[in-house]
Design a protein around this ligand. Structure first.
Ligand SMILES: [Zn+2]
Length: 460
């Protein structure tokens, strides 16, 4: 880590924002460019001040057209409109006029490197999340190496998102009895995971034992709806989040065609009434069904992934398509119902978290949540609701202070050149990302992306 160089740490200055210029004491200067600041990760021991941006706080719709945000020790300490001269001591200033500030994105269903991954792959996955604007990942399949990753991110040693750690998968292959379920719950709680990852194949009794023990131990449980449990039973059990929407679609498609709309409406109303939380990960599923060559060519971010990885994704996709080869019509219907359901859930104001299930099948970490947001827009969800889902709702779900630009909240901040309220493509050109007070300039991020693209281009 390189200390901030350009402004002496003893500097004290008074400035006012006046029509695109900063007044330093008596002297009016044109606004310094972001490049004037160190391109490396800046230590966060110094106070940071963003000045002059349009600040989308995501806090009840409050926007400051010419706002400032102050950060210290990884926490937002102040946010508000620029109203006149401000006195600041020992601060680094990030000029932000004409730009947009919003909270970093929360990837509610991400995957983190596995133990066998090389150090380079591990560090690249963590970096890609941040490069795509993701400042928090809820890791939905754990292993013990992730505790070390989380420590490295927290200490600033590793450029990566904040991590919420799900446990190793609890599925029928390894959890066969209620007593085993209880043992795993106690073990994972003890080991320090933030939540339990529920998966397929649990017997009903095993699932209910898991639920009971999780409640006793005070640990959350989330994930798939296991095969023996209905959507209603999972909601009644208090499952924290329901991933992928696939059980919903299965229940819809299990009834005769003419009754499916009614079934969908019933499930949506029930989910709202029982305060369920859904992580749709729809873009991944749509891509499983229909990744046309044009669609894949559109995914510019694939250049940041090795040829080997892409070949693996291609094989995985082909085997999935093969499983629907007998009934392509059913695949189409499934895809259509997913879209209808996503829109209906949003219309009913069900809690939806942004999640993309990266990295897999053409979903590149960080960039895939941008694709998920595009997919949400395609089905007719408003940009305002999409941004809320990807920021504010993440903090509401976790009951932690992040996801808003607000005093006392974790300093997870995106600086964008374009207005994301106008066009979600604004996330394609980030001007900088702050993770828990660690600042990464857009230039630093782009340089590393370019290096990765160059390296991977060699074997493509
Ligand atoms: Zn997943």
């Amino acid at each position: 880590m390189t200390a901030f160089k350009n402004i002496p740490s003893t500097l004290s200055l008074t400035f006012a924002l006046t029509m695109g210029a900063l007044t330093f004491g008596a002297t009016t200067l044109s606004v310094p460019q972001a490049q004037a600041f160190d391109d490396h990760v800046m230590a966060r021991d110094m106070e940071t001040l963003f000045v002059g941006a349009t600040v989308l706080t995501m806090d009840g719709g409050t926007v400051y057209d010419k706002g400032y945000v102050r950060v210290k020790d990884g926490v937002i300490t102040e946010v508000g409109p620029m109203t006149g001269p401000m006195t600041v001591n020992n601060v680094r200033v990030i000029p932000s006029q004409g730009k947009f500030i919003m909270p970093g994105l929360v990837e509610a269903h991400g995957h983190l490197p596995f133990i066998g991954n090389s150090l380079r792959d591990t560090e690249e996955v963590m970096f890609l999340y941040v490069a795509g604007g993701v400042t928090t990942v809820r890791g939905m399949q754990g292993n013990e190496a992730q505790f070390g990753l989380r420590d490295r991110v927290n200490s600033g040693d590793l450029l990566g998102p904040n991590l919420t750690l799900g446990s190793p998968s609890l599925h029928g292959g390894r959890v066969k009895t209620p007593e085993e379920a209880r043992q795993f719950v106690r073990q994972y709680k003890e080991e320090g995971y933030d939540l339990l990852k529920v998966h397929e194949g649990l017997s009903f009794d095993t699932y209910m034992a898991l639920v009971d023990e999780a409640n006793k131990q005070g640990i959350r449980f989330a994930g798939h709806i296991t095969d023996t449990v209905t959507v209603e039973q999972a909601l009644d059990a208090g499952q924290d989040t329901i991933e992928h929407m696939d059980n919903y679609v299965a229940e819809i498609m299990a009834v005769p065609e003419g009754e499916r709309d009614a079934k969908m409406a019933e499930l949506v109303a029930m989910t709202k009434a029982k305060n369920g939380w859904i992580v749709p990960t729809d873009v991944l599923f749509q891509r499983f069904f229909d990744p046309s060559d044009a669609e894949i060519a559109r995914l510019d971010e694939l250049k940041y992934v090795s040829a080997d990885t892409i070949a693996g994704w291609k094989r995985r996709h082909e085997s999935f398509v093969a499983s629907f080869r007998e009934s392509p019509e059913q695949g189409k219907a499934y895809s259509m119902w997913r879209k209808k359901l996503l829109k209906a859930l949003a219309d009913a104001d069900v809690n939806i978290l942004l999640g993309s299930d990266a990295p897999q099948v053409y979903s590149v970490p960080g960039f895939s949540v941008q694709r998920e947001m595009e997919g949400m827009q395609d089905v007719g969800i408003s940009i305002a609701d999409i941004l809320d889902s990807g920021t504010h709702m993440g903090g509401v779900y976790s009951n932690e202070a992040y996801g808003l630009i607000k005093a006392g909240y974790r300093a997870d901040i995106l600086l964008l050149d374009e207005d994301p309220r106008q066009d979600l493509s604004a996330f394609r050109a980030l001007d900088g990302v702050m993770v828990k007070g660690y600042w990464h300039s857009g230039e630093e991020i782009q340089k590393r992306l370019n290096d990765m693209a160059d390296r991977y281009a060699k074997d493509k």
